[in-house]
Write a protein that binds this ligand. Structure first.
Ligand code: FES
Length: 331
């Protein structure tokens, strides 16, 4: 069968703007999108540029947008794409600047990974290590099995290795789309992974403190795209939710995101309802409410003011029971 590949093209040395170019090629059984791109490069157009290495969904190099969705080209079969879209449309990853054709500048992404200190911190001094802490010559601290189990579905699952840093989640992340400074799902999942590692000795919870700052974990919009588009079955969003819980348990509650969650929990605990006025006050404080006064007035004029006093729901016993089951009755 002959089919068409339509590729995004941009060479900053000669092009003033990006364009698309179509190539007609013959498929073969089991052909992947990466096979198709390599066929184009070797037989039709040697200038087409893209990253690839392992061709086995291991190295994470070949991530790109295929018919609008971020995928690994080496793991994506041509046939289903043709059946569904009639063409294989390839574009560079989103949320990163294009270097050339399908190649993006990964520096910003790897800066987010570096920012969370992706290595074990040593005892006392927070000295940076890239591997195990050596106790005596040749002796190493092994990761306990329970610890590995604890985050196996959050940074990797039973059948797959850990995150391969392919950037699929980062490309599809709506939080990054709205704020290019946001740490993003891959870095935050890694932050959670190290925060749970019993070999790590981050006594001053520096990772959680850093991850709680603006552009950190509270900027997640919970769209779950990171989980949906991860080619390795990882769920960064679940790791981020656990980070939120862990941060609040460690009393790191001075950020607007944490204040928002605590205010909601207190409102439900008291009335069984969401007291929007109190949640706004608890999250932004008086200064924040004054700052947002034009929005408040505009909402009020349209009849959208929340009630200033809420009566508790009838079956508050159920609410109390839920808080007790969650171990939150004292908070
Ligand atoms: S080439 Fe390595 S993941 Fe696709």
């Amino acid at each position: 069968m002959e089919f068409k590949v339509r590729s995004y093209r941009f060479n900053p040395e000669v092009d003033t703007q990006a364009y698309y170019k179509e190539y007609a090629i013959q498929d073969f059984p089991g052909m992947t999108v990466l096979n198709a791109l390599m066929k184009i490069k070797y037989e039709l157009d040697g200038t087409l540029s893209f990253r690839r290495s392992c061709r086995s969904a291991i190295c994470g190099s070949c991530a790109m947008k295929i018919n609008g969705i971020t995928k690994l080209a080496c793991k994506t079969q041509v046939k289903p794409e043709i059946m569904k879209f009639g063409i294989v449309n390839v574009e560079p990853l989103a949320n990163m600047p294009v270097v050339r054709d399908l190649i993006v500048d990964q520096e910003g992404f790897f800066d987010t990974i570096k920012a969370i200190k992706p290595y074990l911190l040593t005892e006392g001094e927070n000295e940076e290590l890239s591997g195990f802490k050596t106790l005596k010559e040749g002796e190493k601290i092994k990761q306990p099995v329970y610890s590995r189990e604890q985050f196996k579905n959050l940074t990797g699952n039973n059948d797959t290795p850990n995150c391969i840093l392919c950037e699929c989640c980062y490309s599809e992340c709506n939080g990054v789309s709205g704020n290019k400074k946001y740490l993003g799902p891959a870095a935050l999942a890694k932050l959670y992974r190290y925060s749970e590692d019993p070999r790590d000795n981050d006594r001053d919870v520096s990772r959680l403190l850093n991850g709680s700052k603006p552009d950190g974990m509270w900027d997640c919009v919970h769209c779950q795209a990171c989980e949906e588009f991860c080619p390795k079955g990882i769920s960064p969003v679940k790791a981020i939710v656990r980070l939120h819980e862990k941060t609040i348990k460690n009393s790191i509650t001075s950020t607007p995101g944490a204040k928002h969650v605590v205010s909601i929990a207190q409102s439900i605990k008291k009335t069984g309802k969401l007291d929007e006025a109190k949640v706004a006050l608890g999250t932004a404080g008086i200064a924040g409410v004054i700052r947002d006064l034009p929005v408040v007035i505009s909402a009020a004029l349209k009849g959208k003011m929340p009630p200033l006093k809420l009566e508790p729901i009838k079956n508050m016993d159920d609410v109390k029971l839920a808080y007790k089951e969650l171990g939150l009755e004292e908070k």
